[in-house]
Design a binder for this molecule. Sequence first.
Ligand SMILES: [Ca+2]
Length: 204
Amino acid sequence: MILLQLKDEYRNKFDVNKAWDRFNQLKGHPYGFHVFLFTGIDTIDQNIPSYLSVEIVVWIINISQIYNKFYDLFDLVIVSGLNMRLGTQGLKPFGIVQELVNRYNDSNKGLKWLIAIPENSSWEYPEPQGGVQRVCSNFVADILSSAGVFDNIQFEPTEVSPYDLYLLNIWNTDPNLTIKSCPIDSRFYGYCQLNGVIEMDLYD
Ligand SMILES: [Ca+2]
């Protein structure tokens, strides 16, 4: 876990009151299990990490049909997101495919197309673990955006992965930066390492 400071130009944009307002809106919502996978999947075949593909999701969906015991888990992390993309509720994988055929009857608008539709940050999922969904990186991106760091650039925080976040050229990596409350001298890493031993390569 690391503590990063924004570069001065972004610190100046950061409106603390707006950040707290957004924090209080998101506080208490469950962890974003519903969006976890969809944050990483952006296209049919060009995702980061590269092994993440719609084929894997389709494979998992097929497995979910065999191992019914784990269906609730598959529903939580995949199937509910597919229903959300279709505007349906409670359809199981076969029903989703059937709905796609009925609605579009187009080989370009099949399951893979549905999986790659971007996650809309305003979607509210049904139970279990319902409501607005954010995983860690979505949450940070949402707070930064709400606080004005990105000016008026519009994007979906639910599409921001940890990798996307630390690639952003907004962090102060001055090797002489010292953060008083840091448990380890921040000059050692070039940022403040709160715990853990894995060293990060920011911007890499
Ligand atoms: Ca996505």
